[in-house]
Design a protein around this ligand. Structure first.
Ligand SMILES: C[S@@+](CC[C@H](N)C(=O)[O-])C[C@H]1O[C@@H](n2cnc3c(N)ncnc32)[C@H](O)[C@@H]1O
Length: 268
């Protein structure tokens, strides 16, 4: 069992095909407690979440989400599709999708964001109302989605998958709600690759970011959880294998920004 920087435990049983792990924030004993802690943690940092995201990433986060939206441009510009953004937080990925969809000047697809931290969703709804947006937001646990099988053409998750208390359960649910031939996108942080810039990034991510994030959000624990959980999260190659194990086809990934984030894509 690996010990996280903040004292949390994350079990990586990568060799055991049927026992995929999930996050375990400090003090959580099991999947239920882990989910509850994650939900409460994001609920607490919600008011400062957007500001800190942009500030701490020097607005790279905006670029990453835009890049994901561009990647799925063809789907997003089709008015007859349904798109689900899981762990949507304050909605920034699904808002990037809406922007990409508007480029076609035609009718928009059905865009839905779901998250289990209600304060995050409340902010997403406010942002949506302020822009006369057409996105629907609803409360939902990614491990027990309130949707029928095969409902969506695209399912996405940005910086949320790593926080699931059961990775295998998350992949199973994503696959269940995707129609056959539908697309999956997982954008997630990862440990940067080698090199000076990567080393500098790592220093910033592990030493500086938790201090600034903790001071501004008032939740030191949330911003030490971030680098701790990224360090424990498996490398992109392993996640790719899990996605294949879960039954996804055409699984690919690419790393961006010195390897600090990875986009995994797949087809059901
Ligand atoms: C780091 S935030 C990412 C938010 C957003 N996707 C973004 O790009 O900024 C992670 C989000 O995942 C949500 N989350 C974690 N586990 C979840 C679960 N099991 N079901 C639904 N949402 C979950 C949290 O509530 C939080 O809003």
């Amino acid at each position: 069992m690996a010990r996280a920087a903040n004292g949390g435990d994350v079990v990586h049983r990568v060799a055991q095909r049927d026992a995929l792990p999930g996050t375990r924030p400090a003090g959580s004993k099991d999947e239920r407690e882990a989910g509850q802690q994650v939900r409460e943690m994001f609920g607490r940092i919600a008011p400062r979440y957007d500001f800190l995201n942009h500030f701490l990433s020097a607005s790279f986060d905006k670029l990453w989400r835009k890049r994901v939206a561009r990647r799925f441009s063809a789907i997003l510009q089709n008015p007859s599709v349904r798109v689900l953004d899981l762990c949507c937080g304050t909605g920034d990925l699904v808002f990037s999708f809406a922007k990409e969809a508007r480029k076609s000047r035609g009718a928009a697809p059905e865009l839905l964001g779901a998250d289990f931290a209600l304060p995050m969703l409340e902010l997403a709804r406010q942002k949506n109302a302020a822009t006369q947006g057409k996105v629907a937001f609803l409360g939902g646990d990614a491990l027990a989605l309130p949707f029928a099988d095969s409902k969506f053409d695209l399912v996405s998750v940005a910086f949320g998958f790593r926080n699931l208390a059961n990775y295998q359960g998350g992949l199973r649910e994503m696959r269940r709600v995707l129609r056959p031939g539908g697309a999956l996108a997982i954008l997630e942080f990862c440990e940067p690759e080698r090199g000076l810039l990567a080393a500098l990034y790592r220093f910033y991510f592990v030493r500086i970011l938790p201090k600034i994030g903790g001071a501004i959000s008032g939740s030191g624990e949330a911003y030490s959880y971030l680098p701790g959980s990224v360090a424990k999260f498996p490398r992109p190659e392993i996640l790719k294998g899990w996605m294949e194990q879960a039954g996804f086809k055409d699984v690919k990934y690419e790393r961006w920004t010195f390897g600090a984030v990875a986009l995994h894509t797949a087809v059901r």
